[in-house]
Design a protein around this ligand. Structure first.
Ligand SMILES: *[C@@H]1O[C@H](CO)[C@@H](O)[C@H](O)[C@H]1NC(C)=O
Ligand SMILES: *[C@@H]1O[C@H](CO)[C@@H](O)[C@H](O)[C@H]1NC(C)=O
Ligand SMILES: *[C@@H]1O[C@H](CO)[C@@H](O)[C@H](O)[C@H]1NC(C)=O
Ligand SMILES: *[C@@H]1O[C@H](CO)[C@@H](O)[C@H](O)[C@H]1NC(C)=O
Ligand SMILES: *[C@@H]1O[C@H](CO)[C@@H](O)[C@H](O)[C@H]1NC(C)=O
Ligand SMILES: *[C@@H]1O[C@H](CO)[C@@H](O)[C@H](O)[C@H]1NC(C)=O
Ligand SMILES: *[C@@H]1O[C@H](CO)[C@@H](O)[C@H](O)[C@H]1NC(C)=O
Length: 650
């Protein structure tokens, strides 16, 4: 009896392609134009999710919602700069625990398409490359430049051995691994670089793993992006001519599975441009056509999440992306179900069986209400506290990287060399990267902004203190300008003459906020009564208590900053990101419940750069239960990366 049963099990295993003892396999089937998983034809319907944009406690919830939509795969990037912020200092713990993320995906029942870069684009600071690469000023990023290759080899020597046990053939979830990212859109077109990466990936991951590339669906992109030995796939959005797009892939890969590695469910935003919206009907229609062609597809994004802290990227000509990476995706920034989610699920249902059982509900949101804010020190008053490493002096200004600063703010200080009356202070080479808050003798006088405002007037006596607080608003993540130095990257001139004799303070604002080092101002409550006037960059704080007696608190919330202008906001020392309601379109920031406490008052800290409402209007921030990401923007729309179009930057 037992014997017979075992035989039957053996037979069943054979039929399902997994004979006893046979190891799992994943490969390309060029005869039948598909993938083979354990010897059986396999087609993936995948969704993009970036663990770096979602708090770890929510990974499982988001992955489960993806699974319940009928997806059998997920795709994720690994941002190098998130794991190696300083050379040789690796972080794979907490929110950066990519191994845990991979295990969760596997436990839930999905395979993984991994995109470890080294460059990832992703609307992420510098496309995922660490800013410290810029220590070598002339390095050609994403090329065979020996210094770049040395750094890449070292990083991959750390990362890839860690990833290897998670490959499908080793019992893990990873079915395919992408090499580089849309390399055909980059000017360098360095085949030796791509060949080097291929050999590097092969040497660590073995000969079995399916390595692939992704490029725009046009021969001009595929020309420099594809390489013999790497399976070429394409990306394109809804409304594209799908036949023409896959024809482009077929030009390079006459046989094998059709793959759209980035099918856009929505699109990115920029400060000052309208919020992108893509209709569910259009997404559903194109998805249906793609799946009808038996093609594999990855929906980019399935959930976008948030650019917490300073992690957002920017496009060129300089336009920074906001804190929210909602993307108009089928799951919102907060992981909530949308009409688009169900529209996509209904299409997938026509091709695959949807798992049984309820879809996990959207997480509840709570409106904690208004929180009064009190003024703390100005940045200028707090400079000794904020400058952990002390001042650096030099004749001409140095960049963030010269000063060993990656993100945030650097204060540049000098004296007016002559008496000035409406004298132009200029950055003739457009070298303010990216925004500078200028004051004379501790009085705010104006703002310089990369590409937008390169000159302003100053008035003051010879010997007056000139302070220029420079904000890094996020490094360019796409195109030839990704070597994006921050700070004053060229001289400021006064009346046409370069200013000299600078003292520079690298500011450790995040450390100071989380260690509670900021004190009260010398003149609290002295905001100008006229709301339009500029104020010095100033810290504010407030706190709120999570109410008792309501079950299931704390819950997620959104913070709104009525009549505040531009700055950075922390809750309990966690850097939520940038706010800029004055420019839009993002008005509220997502506040995940895991950063809130019920046992103690929750501390809100704000660095307001231009002027708080506190003189004339209520000095509050407000916690609401509804996001606003689509405020009307005042400036004319700029066409940075038009919907689904990636400019040809060759
Ligand atoms: C590593 O990253 C986690 C998650 O962001 C953070 O909590 C932790 O402090 C970091 N560790 C170090 C040593 O920086
Ligand atoms: C789509 O592209 C194919 C192949 O290039 C072409 O034959 C067809 O006319 C195009 N369809 C539309 C609607 O433009
Ligand atoms: C600058 O202005 C101060 C105060 O108005 C005046 O005393 C001084 O002579 C001026 N210096 C020059 C070089 O004009
Ligand atoms: C600077 O002052 C000059 C002379 O008063 C004026 O013509 C010019 O418009 C001012 N420039 C700016 C940027 O305010
Ligand atoms: C500033 O100007 C000086 C003198 O022209 C030049 O040597 C220096 O390289 C410039 N510095 C920057 C950062 O552009
Ligand atoms: C908020 O700040 C107060 C005073 O510094 C501190 O006692 C409290 O623990 C902080 N709350 C949290 C949740 O960190
Ligand atoms: C923003 O989106 C909401 C919800 O879809 C809508 O009701 C509102 O009219 C939109 N606002 C603007 C300014 O487009």
């Amino acid at each position: 009896m037992t014997r017979i049963r075992l035989d039957m099990i053996f037979l069943l295993l054979l039929l399902s392609g997994r004979s006893l003892g046979a190891s799992p396999s994943f490969s390309l089937d060029y005869q039948n134009n598909c993938f083979l998983k354990d010897g059986e034809p396999f087609r993936y319907i995948s969704g993009s999710i970036h663990y770096s944009r979602i708090p770890r406690v929510y990974w499982k919830d988001r992955l489960l919602k993806m699974y319940m939509a009928g997806l059998n795969a997920i795709q994720t990037y690994i941002p190098w700069n998130y794991h190696e912020e300083f050379p040789g200092q690796y972080n794979f713990t907490g929110d950066r625990d990519v191994e845990y993320f991979l295990k969760l995906a596997q436990d839930i029942g999905m395979v993984v398409i991994l995109r470890p870069g080294p460059y990832i684009c992703a609307e992420w600071d510098m496309g995922g490359l660490p800013a410290w690469l810029l220590n070598k000023k002339n390095m050609v990023l994403r090329s065979s430049d020996p210094d770049y290759i040395t750094a890449v080899d070292k990083w991959m020597g750390k990362l890839l051995p860690m990833i290897k046990p998670y490959l499908y053939q080793n019992g893990g979830p990873i079915i395919t691994v992408q090499v580089e990212n849309e390399y055909g859109s980059y000017f360098a077109c360095d085949y030796n670089y791509m060949r080097h990466l291929m050999q590097l990936f092969r040497s660590y991951l073995g000969e079995q793993v399916v390595l692939f590339t992704t490029d725009g669906a046009g021969l001009n992109y595929l020309k420099c992006g594809s390489l013999q030995g790497l399976y070429a796939t394409v990306d394109f959005g809804p409304g594209s001519n799908i036949t023409a797009a896959f024809d482009a892939q077929r030009h390079v890969e006459p046989n094998g599975p059709l793959v759209n590695s980035e099918f856009y469910t929505g699109w990115l935003d920029h400060w000052g441009s309208h919020h992108s919206i893509v209709s569910s009907a259009l997404v559903a229609k194109s998805l249906n056509e793609i799946l009808s062609m038996k093609a594999n597809v990855n929906l980019y994004m399935f959930i976008g999440g948030s650019n917490f802290g300073y992690w957002n990227g920017a496009n060129s000509p300089y336009a920074a992306q906001p804190t929210s990476y909602d993307y108009d995706a089928p799951l919102t920034e907060a992981g909530d179900l949308t009409e688009k989610y169900f529209a996509i699920r209904d299409v997938i249902r026509l091709f695959n069986k949807i798992p049984e059982g309820p879809v996990p509900p959207s997480t509840p949101k709570f409106a904690y209400g208004a929180v009064k804010m009190k003024k703390l020190q100005t940045v200028l008053d707090a400079v000794e506290t904020l400058s952990f490493s002390g001042p650096v002096k030099s004749m001409y200004p140095q960049t963030f990287i010269d000063l060993n600063q990656v993100f945030g703010f650097v204060l540049y200080r000098t004296k007016l060399p002559v008496n000035c009356s409406e004298t132009p202070l200029s950055s003739p080479l457009n070298g303010v990267h990216d925004r500078a808050y200028v004051s004379v003798d501790k009085s705010a006088v104006g703002i310089l902004e990369r590409n937008k405002v390169i000159t302003m007037n100053v008035t003051g006596n010879a010997g007056s203190q000139l302070d220029v607080l420079v904000e890094n608003m996020g490094r360019i993540n796409y195109g030839r300008d990704i070597n994006d130095f921050k700070g004053l990257v060229s001289n400021l001139t006064l009346g046409g003459v370069p200013l000299t004799g600078w003292t520079m303070y690298s500011l450790s604002i995040d450390e100071a906020v989380s260690q509670g080092l900021l004190g009260h101002g010398s003149h609290p409550g002295t905001d100008p009564p006229q709301p339009a006037a500029l104020s010095l960059p100033t810290f504010y704080e407030g706190s709120f208590i999570i109410p008792d007696g309501i079950p299931d608190l704390p819950q997620d919330t959104y913070v709104k900053l009525p009549n505040w202008r531009k700055g950075q906001i922390w809750i309990n020392g966690f850097n939520l990101g940038r706010y800029w309601p004055a420019r839009g379109p993002q008005v509220t920031l997502f506040v995940p419940a895991n950063i809130l406490r019920t046992s103690a008052p929750n501390n809100v800290t704000i660095l307001e750069l231009e002027g708080a409402p506190c003189g004339s209007q209520p000095c509050i921030v407000e916690f609401t239960d509804t996001p606003i990401l689509n405020a009307t923007v005042s400036s004319k729309p700029t066409h940075h990366r038009r919907l689904f179009v990636k400019e040809d930057l060759l």
